[in-house]
Write a protein that binds this ligand. Sequence first.
Ligand SMILES: Nc1ncnc2c1ncn2[C@@H]1O[C@H](COP(=O)(O)OP(=O)(O)OP(=O)(O)O)[C@@H](O)[C@H]1O
Length: 590
Amino acid sequence: MTESGGGTAPGGTTGSASTAPWRLLLGRVRPHRRVLLLGGVLSLVSSLAGLAMPLLAKLVVDAFGREQSLAGPVLGLTAAVVVGAAVGALGRYVLERMGEGIVFSARRTLVERMLRLRVSEVDRLKPGDLLSRVTSDTTLLRAVFTDGIVESVGAVFMLVGAVVMMAFMDGVLLLITLAVLVLVGGLVGLVMPRIQKASVQAQESVGEMGAVLDRVLQAFRTVKASGAEDREIAVVGAAAREARDRGIAVAWWTSIAGISAWVAAQLAFVAVLGVGGARVASGALEVSSLIAFLLYLFYLVAPVGQLVQGATQVQSGLAAVKRIREIEDLPTEEAAGEIPAPGTAPAGVTFESVAFRYGDDRPAVHQDVSFTVPAGGMTALVGPSGAGKSTVFALLERFYDHQEGTVAVDGRDIRRWPLAELRAALGYVEQDAPVLDGSLRENLLFAAPGVAEGELRRVLALTRLEDLVARLPEGLDTEVGHRGIRLSGGERQRVAIARALLRRPRLLLLDEATSQLDAVNELRLREVIAEVARETTVLVIAHRLSTVTGADRIVVMEAGRVRAVGTHDELLAEDDLYRELAATQFLISS
Ligand SMILES: Nc1ncnc2c1ncn2[C@@H]1O[C@H](COP(=O)(O)OP(=O)(O)OP(=O)(O)O)[C@@H](O)[C@H]1O
């Protein structure tokens, strides 16, 4: 798997999309081959015990005929039953354990890769579909090992063993049996690709259902306010119906495979009974051998059924492994590893002739953007909606890589910073300041779990959150809910600032909320920003007049370019767009 280095654009694939799915499946088994071997040996012993039974039954019949003692054969038969059952159970347990281990490692790698995916990749994917790959597809993978491979290992031994024993009994009857087996194999082989295709489609539909559900849950209030429940129920229902139809197709082809095996087994019985009876009548075969042969044939039915069942399970597993692999092959960011302490000195920023577009087929968002943010103090980015302000932050965090020019933090090209070190030096507060499910303390310590209580208190005071903590029923340990619903917009933004500050950033990137704040919260936010700007560099995307008037310098962006730089008074005097923005856009003024 390609992992990018710090100096290159993160990304790369192994090109394994073209690898046959069964190879991918085998690749997952390979690390567990010893356990597989142990499970195989146990299954073999159990199968051998099973295979000995008809032979021992023949000895019992022969002993009756020859009026010999029955003790030996009966004792042997009993031992075969007990050993076969015990060893068989142990073998199954060992193999199922291996299956669980494979699923566990698939889930773990999948989750790890998902969290390391590049932002640009996640932009393209649907969260619900990703979720279904971690949960539903890995569950299918589990079924492959528990019901598919585990059953099949024993079945293959049973099948081969039974055929070998049959060869000892009678060659003619064996030929009849083999002809039937080849027929079954051919039929099943024809059906398998259809099962795999339908399985892929079924899983895609489940993924689609997850994606649609996720969309609804993300915008739950909007769905309700828009009266769109019925329409959305219909959309989710359509995806569910599609999943059902694909599942029915899988069931249809599985039944065809199963019934073919069953009919073939009946035909084999009739043929062996007819031909075998004739051979007994002609004296070419002993009755006890025909009985033993029929018992072996009887033994064949279950393994053939299991193999067909196992093969169909493996088909859905192949579909799942393909979908899992698609995620594993996506370009990821470099792993974090050990990062040196980034220091606390305020860091400056330079953009020099930066050009950027979100995709080759997208319009340019930044064209020749150049500006400087000196270390320390507050710089505001302003401009009409869509000017490319948030993109400045996204480039600084290296969520995306710019195509031309240079972006430097603390005088060092960001492509030359190890990614984790760069991000540790930056504090990033998103505009809608997400609050995570959990307590207020968990939310605050999210970016810096090891922070001392004293530092936490200091930042709480700095961000004017002490009143909030005092008001909450359980203080810092109060659950602030899945979306922080117990916090107001202003409080949420200050919690997000505190979260970023606890990481001791050298540069705070603050995308100011556009939502209306009450006068108290507005004042508090202004105080907080001003105070933070004394400790570190603050680059703020400003939506409030109160913020820009307090800024040391303002960068005005328009349509992906920097139009002017200056203080509020300078820009009011010199720049038409800024004057217009000040008059119309910054309505959220105190
Ligand atoms: N993830 C993305 N993928 C593709 N295009 C994007 C993405 N994010 C932003 N854009 C596009 O880039 C352009 C600039 O967006 P950006 O968010 O940087 O503007 P902005 O100045 O911050 O605007 P606003 O003040 O409205 O947030 C917009 O045209 C937007 O559609």
